[in-house]
Design a protein around this ligand. Sequence first.
Ligand code: HEC
Length: 124
Amino acid sequence: MALRATLACALAAASMTAAGENAAYRQFADEHLAAGRSLWIANCEGCHGYGIAGAPVPMEPSDWRPRLAKGRTVLYDHAINGFFGPDDTLMPERGGNPELTDAQVKAAVDYMTALAGYYIQQKR
Ligand code: HEC
């Protein structure tokens, strides 16, 4: 019994650390979204995958419904220039990576919003 529980824990931990392999981060056929997914995993997942520091998690519909309602232009602007939310939680400029171009940040936003939209559909 104890061994089985230990094994289950080890497996769960392994699937959580291999971010690129996390099945929750759905792949989309669209090339732009595939590029956005890689950028998102490399630059945004560290906070947004787990709700670190209050970051909205795309697998949680209640986190994203109010964000999507702001419209894409606002979301792009907040991701590129940074944004303090009403609870004083900070989305850092370009996710804290000044090397990212506007187009790359936008592609990561496009992936995250597509993923959030998918989970909103699923859990409706
Ligand atoms: C250091 C942690 C962290 C990283 C890394 C990070 N974010 Fe965020 N992000 C946050 C937090 C916290 C919020 C919530 C801010 C708030 O509304 O209070 C947020 C909110 C957002 C929002 C919603 C803004 C709004 O107006 O509701 C978008 C879009 C976003 N992030 C995109 C990104 C993208 C794209 C990346 C990667 C390039 C990224 N974030 C990386 C912490 C992070």
